[in-house]
Design a binder for this molecule. Structure first.
Ligand SMILES: Nc1ncnc2c1ncn2[C@@H]1O[C@H](COP(=O)(O)OP(=O)(O)O)[C@@H](O)[C@H]1O
Ligand SMILES: [Mg+2]
Length: 247
């Protein structure tokens, strides 16, 4: 099934605080991938889980794929920290969590790439249903599992995202940034193959620290260029559109 670029795909709201107001089209175009990037602990998983949960509450179908944290632990944190009734959404089959071992996945992908006949290559992640929204948490862990096979990782990631986009969902793909990161090339390729990028910053000045969100790219729409302060509270991720970054 080829994606038709001419068709009006429609836009899905992100449904996290007032983030949709930062996009001229008030959301993310279906069939697109939005990279959610930032340092450790900036709230990437919280942001994506909030988007996933609110979408399920609004009646969309959501799949959350975790390459790192066990899904039971993740679900429990979201219920305890923010009071989101995630398990209720799971029971109602609006939300589904899949845990995938990145090492197993990378091994099977490498094996597929060794096949002589490229027609025989088989490396789709089997999805139980067609989601409106899909989260990949995180591709940083996935790239680490491909250590020594950066080119295969790039080809696989690009193949995976294109396949997911054909399902016409909005894909939120988490990427962890940081100075400790060795594979800078992989970070660039992630940004390159995504339609948009939302960066979560932690800004420090002496002993003052502030978080701010920035839309770095959104191919489908015009968008705010501002650094927008945000906080994580017991209600989840909240942005302050009228506030300025003060540090
Ligand atoms: N109820 C809460 N109130 C305030 N902060 C919270 C609450 N629950 C979790 N956090 C904070 O949210 C931060 C972001 O966590 P997470 O989304 O897992 O980050 P990332 O995925 O970017 O590493 C954590 O540092 C944690 O301290
Ligand atoms: Mg996380």
């Amino acid at each position: 099934m080829a994606p038709s670029k001419s068709k009006d795909r429609g836009v899905l709201p992100v449904r996290v605080s007032a983030v949709d107001e930062l996009f001229d089209k008030k959301g993310v175009e279906r069939g697109s991938t939005l990279l959610v990037s930032g340092g450790v602990g900036t709230g990437k998983s919280t942001f994506c889980m909030q988007s996933a949960y609110n979408s399920a509450v609004a009646g969309e179908k959501v799949i959350y794929i975790s390459f790192e944290e066990p899904i039971e632990k993740m679900q429990r944190h979201m219920e305890e920290n923010f009071g989101w009734k995630v398990s209720k959404m799971v029971e109602q089959k609006r939300m589904m969590f899949l845990q995938i071992d990145p090492l197993e996945l990378s091994e099977s992908v490498k094996k597929e790439f060794e096949k002589k006949d490229k027609e025989d290559m088989q490396f789709d992640i089997k999805l139980p249903f067609r989601p409106d929204r899909l989260v990949l948490d995180s591709i940083t862990v996935l790239s680490a599992a491909f250590a020594g096979g950066t080119n295969i990782y790039r080809m696989y990631l690009s193949y995976l995202l294109r396949t997911l986009e054909r399902a016409n969902s909005v894909n939120l793909v988490i990427s962890e940034t940081g100075e400790e990161r060795i594979d800078k090339g992989a970070a660039r390729v992630e940004a390159f193959i995504c339609d948009g990028e939302l960066r979560l910053h932690e800004i420090r000045k002496k002993d003052v620290k502030q978080n701010a969100l920035e839309i770095r790219k959104a191919r489908w729409t015009g968008h705010s260029k501002k650094l927008v302060p945000y906080r994580i509270t017991d209600k989840g991720f909240e942005i302050f559109r009228r506030a300025e970054v003060f540090v």
